[in-house]
Design a protein around this ligand. Structure first.
Ligand code: F2R
Ligand code: MG
Ligand code: MG
Length: 349
């Protein structure tokens, strides 16, 4: 499809769910041989023959809240979104949430809370969380708002409901920006895609709060920009080992160690790769490669899935994968609703 086509919206939202569901199998594993990944993915055909469905985790549970809130309120409403996060957690607490964010979600359920951003600010002795929980649910912001400035603003605010450290919420901004650009067809020119992300993040990370957090955490002056430069260096290399990717970009639970990694997975898998089956298309390559990095596999595959899905569209997603992932059909329906909202905003309606 062309820029911002329905196929791209469906691809983004559905592939994010698939990444989460299939990635759950390997979350936390130090080493994941590609053979195990392919065995897992080939087995998805059998899942539909009665052996069950792969459940989604916190990544999708929270993204669904973001989607429902944006659709119901026809825009960003922090109180509504916070209420949905809290209700979702209290209904299904066993979705594998981060150990810190649980405190925020419990506090957000209090009827006496006046500032919905305060529980997030109280995390980690007032430093706030730098986990990737804001980024893992950021894709819907790119599907709801056509204007780049809105995508940045609301992805940031949506993440700040749980992640007040700039290394957490700026990861969400970067992820939403990557989905936004991919939706416009920007991955047709990968070098320009990464340059554009660097330019945008230069501005995002230029603010005083980001500079202060980077200093306190002893990171580079503009940590996401620095990682994106590393992504660009790795992209330019003909051969890159999994070990090098992990050592340069990371595969962990921090947004800084997972959002640039997810972006690299997408860029690296734009072309066929020796380690991946020849019959795999780009989206299948992206998801399998994300899993083979190990570490925070559900979240890296979820974020890479959203960016890749926005590029390749729904047609690239194997039916057998879609059928065995909990929440994939709902995502498909919601993608259509977001597509309508996006185009209504474009027409000024
Ligand atoms: N939590 C997990 N996986 C762990 C195992 C789950 C397992 N399946 C089970 O059920 O037992 N996955 C999910 O969590 C990640 C998103 O986490 P989020 O929402 O960012 O949570 P949190 O708690 O805010 O941060 C995560 C951890 O990062 C460290 N951390 C964050 N900020 C910190 C700071 N300022 N100082 C020190 N440490 C900080 C802490 O260890 C937090 O617990 C996704 O992977 C999702 O899939
Ligand atoms: Mg998860
Ligand atoms: Mg995870």
């Amino acid at each position: 499809g062309g820029p911002a086509s329905l196929s791209r919206f469906r691809g983004a939202l559905v592939a994010a769910v698939l990444g989460d569901c299939v990635g759950g199998e390997f979350e936390g594993a130090e080493e994941v041989p590609m053979e195990s990944v392919l065995q897992h993915l080939n087995g998805l055909d059998d899942e539909t023959k009665g052996s069950g469905i792969l459940e989604y985790s916190d990544d999708t549970a929270m993204a669904r809240c973001v989607v429902q809130s944006l659709l119901t309120r026809t825009g960003f409403d922090e109180h509504d979104m916070a209420r949905r996060f809290a209700k979702e957690y209290s209904t299904s607490p066993g979705r594998g949430y981060g150990s810190g964010v649980i405190q925020v979600l419990k506090k957000l359920s209090s009827p006496h809370l006046s500032d919905v951003y305060q529980p997030a600010r109280d995390q980690f002795n007032g430093r706030g969380s730098f986990g990737n929980g804001g980024a893992m649910r950021a894709a819907p912001f790119a599907l709801a708002f056509p204007e780049l400035a809105d995508v940045k603003r609301f992805a940031r605010l949506g993440a700040m409901l749980t992640h007040s450290c700039s290394l957490g919420y700026n990861g969400a901004v970067l992820q939403a920006l990557a989905v936004h650009l991919s939706l416009q067809g920007a991955l047709d020119l990968p070098q320009q895609f990464i340059s554009r992300l660097i330019t945008e993040m230069e501005e995002v990370e230029g603010d005083e709060a980001a500079r202060k957090d980077a200093r306190i955490l002893k990171e580079a002056e503009k940590p996401f920009c620095e990682r994106l430069h590393r992504v660009r260096d790795l992209m330019d290399r003909s051969q890159v080992s999994v070990e090098e990717v992990i050592s340069e970009l990371g595969n962990g639970i921090a947004a800084l160690h997972s959002v640039p990694t997810a972006i690299f997975c997408v860029l690296h898998c734009l072309q066929p790769r020796e380690c991946l089956p020849e019959n795999y298309g780009g989206l299948e390559r992206t998801i399998s490669y994300s899993l083979a990095l190990g570490g925070d596999t559900d979240t890296i595959a979820c974020m890479a899935g959203a960016i890749a899905g926005a590029h390749y569209g729904i047609e690239a997603i194997p039916q057998s994968w879609m059928k065995c992932c909990e929440g994939a059909e709902d995502a498909d329906i919601n993608a259509e609703r977001l597509h309508r909202l996006y185009h209504q905003s474009l027409q000024g309606g």
